[in-house]
Design a protein around this ligand. Structure first.
Ligand SMILES: *Cc1c(COP(=O)(O)O)cnc(C)c1O
Length: 396
């Protein structure tokens, strides 16, 4: 089974690495020297696998969506990450990282969050492990994702609203890094996606790779073969996509379609389509594609989905796109919203707006009747109900 092609310094081709302030050097170096050892320890694997099964509810089902399949003229399986505890794939990573944090003797956990899904997952595992939890969240997101803020607080986390910049994910991440710099000795930063300095992108991809590991087994059972013709996933920072493709990247017959957030349209100036619009730069410790102006100012991304509006992209996805391994499509707000309503009416499943971008990508391709398509349904739509209701009110 394949894995990602990352070198010991965390580079995927030109992308990745660890560009960090001096004060964090020992910390990141220590994590870099230990994460693989820890992830591979039998005691870690035992504890992690037990929690994935009994706490998070894995394996998540691989569901043959018959009516959706009919609609697109192929065979579509949904990988149901929406059924995980806390409602998305984020719990896979949060559980893994908190076990790493404990093994490194850390006592205080910090995290950044956009839509709040990673914040909720982190607050959840901190409650479980009785650890202090501080979540940085842009003030704009605090307001538009109130339910998740209330969940984090009920779980015992301290949510810190961030008022710099656009007051969204990028700004929350800046603030989390600032905290980390002030408290390098006792604090572990649980990053929520395949972003940040090496070894985070690789560690997060490995922790999410359980998704593709399960897909292989489940497809073998259902289709008699381990590989699909297509994999489809949405990309914000890239963690659910990384988990979905991890064990398939070496097999060129498996075509990979990734959906980034087009916002109001790639050329409208209101978009979060980083792979389409980005240029090489450094953000949050990592060299990758970034939405930036001519003189290198980071441009504020826009998407209807709070979980996708990040101006950077996981380095592994920048790399795969650059070598043509993945086909990245920009799916606009309207396409994603229509796809969300369509899935709801065809299958009785309300998806997260992030996941709806993956569904919206189905319209961008022509499938053959016997094509087997596996789409990662990264999360459920409970948190997005207000946005759905508003959207329907405006478009009716
Ligand atoms: C956070 C989130 C995403 C985007 O993050 P990735 O790291 O790109 O996966 C997508 N879907 C859901 C449901 C999320 O909560």
């Amino acid at each position: 089974m394949g894995k990602f092609d990352v070198d010991e310094n965390g580079f995927y081709g030109d992308f990745g690495g660890a560009y960090i302030p001096e004060i964090l050097y020992d910390n990141v170096e220590n994590l870099k020297n230990n994460y693989l050892k820890i992830l591979e320890e039998p005691s870690f694997q035992q504890e992690y696998r037990d929690l994935l099964r009994d706490y998070a509810g894995r394996p998540s089902p691989l569901y043959l969506a018959k009516r959706l399949s009919e609609r697109y003229g192929c065979k579509i399986y949904l990988k149901r990450e929406d059924l995980n505890h806390t409602g998305s794939h984020k719990i896979n990573n949060a559980l893994g990282q908190i076990l790493v944090a404990r093994r490194m003797g850390k006592t205080r956990i910090i995290a950044e969050t956009g839509a709040g899904q990673h914040g909720v997952a982190t607050a959840t595992v901190c409650a479980l492990m009785n650890m202090e939890c501080i979540v940085y969240m842009g003030k704009t997101d605090v307001e538009r994702q109130a339910l998740n803020v209330q969940k984090m607080e009920m779980l015992g986390a301290k949510v810190v609203p961030v008022t710099s910049g656009n007051m969204t994910l990028k700004d929350a991440t800046n603030e989390a890094i600032r905290d980390w710099c002030c408290n390098p000795a006792d604090t572990f930063y649980i990053i929520g996606s395949t972003i940040g300095p090496h070894p985070y992108p690789d560690m997060v991809a490995r922790l999410q790779s359980v998704i593709s590991e399960e897909i292989r087994h489940q497809l073998k059972e259902k289709e008699g073969r381990e590989t699909p013709d297509y994999l489809v996933a949405c990309v914000g920072g890239g963690s659910n996509a990384a988990g979905t493709i991890y064990h398939f990247v070496d097999e060129p017959q498996v075509k990979i379609i990734l959906a980034e957030a087009g916002g109001k349209g790639v050329d409208t100036g209101e978009s979060a389509a980083t792979i389409h619009l980005g240029r090489l730069g450094i953000i949050h410790g990592c060299k990758t594609l970034i939405m930036q102006s001519e003189d290198g100012q980071i441009e504020e991304p826009y998407s209807i989905s709070a979980g996708l509006d990040y101006p950077g992209i996981g380095p592994v996805h920048a790399y795969h796109a650059s070598i043509g391994r993945t086909d990245v499509v920009a799916v606009n707000d309207d396409e994603a919203m229509e796809a969300a309503f369509e899935l709801t009416r065809l299958e009785g499943i309300i998806p997260a707006i992030e996941s709806a971008h993956a569904l919206g990508a189905l319209n961008h391709k022509q499938f053959k009747p016997d094509d087997v398509v596996v789409l990662c349904l990264s999360g459920r739509g409970d948190k997005d109900m207000e946005t759905f209701i508003q959207y329907k009110a405006i478009s009716c």
